[in-house]
Write a protein that binds this ligand. Structure first.
Ligand code: PMP
Length: 431
């Protein structure tokens, strides 16, 4: 594989940008520079073509440069880029769709990134409950801000300890964020009891896709709902990955558990920048977008035509075409194909996934929470990923993240991917 041009450009990128990339998790080998995306494929600067399963960490649910979405964006920006005064027709159309589809959404506010959405959800929870503390779960990711950037992908010996994810975080923010174990309801109950009357919110990825695809055990999400109700604590589902991907109403619709607040992003606009916070009317009306509201919510680019038009188009396609049926079927085809390959090669590994999402944990049992992932052979995955990239299959940098099938992937793409995977695994295992 020739990557000469990528290497030249990457060296140049490093002159102007620390590490040559504009988001922390993008600095991974091989350092490729990408120049084009179309459907299920991305292309690097040397013209190499890859079947893309990373999907930019989740937004691409329809595929790259989807013509329906692009045309709606072009149509919108030919008459407006942004007004930034009053409201726009596009914002109203999109808000109506979100309220129609997402069970917890009586009302919605648009912003630009998932981090902004979780920030606002937590601040609103504090405003409403007049409490300071929140609970998050080890391994879950909710963005880069101080309220949530602790105990993310912690080193194994930092599990259960104070693990700020960044230098420069406020001590108060770190210490007011309590950390529980995913799928461990008793841990949550204990923590609420030990901090009685002090916990404003529980924030959770209903499926923690930032550590792959660990499924909620029966009763876990329902249990969180009951504990929140009993303790006057606000339940926030961070559906930035699961929202619109696992159903048009998010994973809350699949699970039948309705949170008080929901954050959304990524798949809601197929790669264009937009995010949202939605929830119960009496909570949402505390934001000062409504006169009398006492919780600050603002943003110059909120409701920008580009993201808003893209989101309307993406949701329209989900409404009118069998998007979920397709990605769920291909996701299952991928997972069952992987299991067959692993069986043939006598590999005792665990294939996880839901809907369009899949990952292979290189460990011999189903993980139920983050700490169990120490049994996963991360080094094996890195070598495996490199070999797949050399053969035109692009997967996530870590297997404890996850991979995504889009509406642009075809049966042939999955068959081809499985063939390549079997060849690579045979080579790695000398079989
Ligand atoms: N929540 C979840 C579940 C996420 O996966 C992410 C991003 N990976 C975020 C929040 C933050 O979103 P953004 O990167 O758009 O700020």
């Amino acid at each position: 594989m020739n990557t000469t041009r990528s290497q030249e450009l990457y060296a140049k990128a490093n002159l102007y940008t620390p590490g040559g990339v504009h988001s922390a998790t993008r600095n991974v080998e091989p350092h490729l520079v990408f120049t084009r995306g179309e459907g299920a494929y991305i292309y690097d600067a040397d013209g190499n073509k890859y079947l893309d399963y990373q999907a930019a960490f989740g937004p691409y649910i329809l595929g790259h440069n989807h013509p329906y979405v692009n045309n709606k964006v072009i149509e919108a920006i030919s008459r407006t880029d942004m007004f930034g005064v009053g409201s726009t027709d596009l914002e109203i159309i999109l808000s109506e769709k979100i309220v129609k589809h997402v069970p917890s959404a009586d009302q919605v506010l648009l912003c630009n990134s998932g981090s902004e959405a979780t920030y606002h959800a937590i601040r609103l929870s504090r405003a409403v409950t007049k409490r300071n503390k929140i609970i998050k779960f080890q391994g879950c990711y909710h963005g880069w801000h101080d309220y949530v950037a602790r105990n993310m992908l912690s080193a194994w010996d930092m599990i259960g300890k104070r693990d700020p994810g960044s230098a420069g975080m406020l001590d108060d923010a770190i210490d007011n964020t309590l950390v529980c174990t995913y799928n461990d309801l008793e841990d949550v109950e204990r923590t609420l009891k030990a901090n009685e009357g002090e916990v404003a919110a529980i924030i959770i990825e209903p499926i923690p896709h930032n550590i792959g695809c660990i499924m909620p055990q029966p009763g876990f999400l329902e249990g969180l709902r009951s504990l929140c109700d009993a303790n006057g604590t606000i339940l926030i589902f961070d559906e930035v990955i699961t929202g619109f991907r696992h159903s048009i109403g998010g994973y809350q619709q699949v699970a039948g558990v309705t949170p008080d607040l929901t954050t959304m992003g990524k798949a809601m606009a197929n790669g264009y920048p937009i995010a949202a916070i939605a929830g119960k009317k009496e909570l949402m009306e505390r934001f000062n977008t409504k006169p009398g509201g006492d919780c600050w919510f603002a943003g110059t680019y909120n409701g920008h035509a580009v993201g808003t038009a893209a989101s309307i188009a993406t949701i329209e396609l989900m409404e009118n075409e069998p998007v979920h049926e397709h990605i769920f079927r291909l996701g299952e085809k991928m997972r069952s194909g992987l299991r067959e390959i692993h069986n043939r090669l006598d590999m005792d590994v665990f294939v996880a996934g839901f809907g369009s999402v899949f990952t292979t944990y290189f460990m011999n049992f189903e993980p139920k929470h983050y700490a169990e992932l120490q049994h996963n052979d991360a080094d094996f995955y890195v070598k495996y990923r490199h070999k797949l990239i050399e053969r035109g299959i692009y997967k996530m940098p870590m297997n404890i993240k996850r991979n995504h099938v889009s509406y642009s992937h075809t049966d042939e793409d999955i068959d081809h991917t499985l063939d390549v995977i079997e060849t690579v695994l045979k080579e790695m295992l000398n079989k």
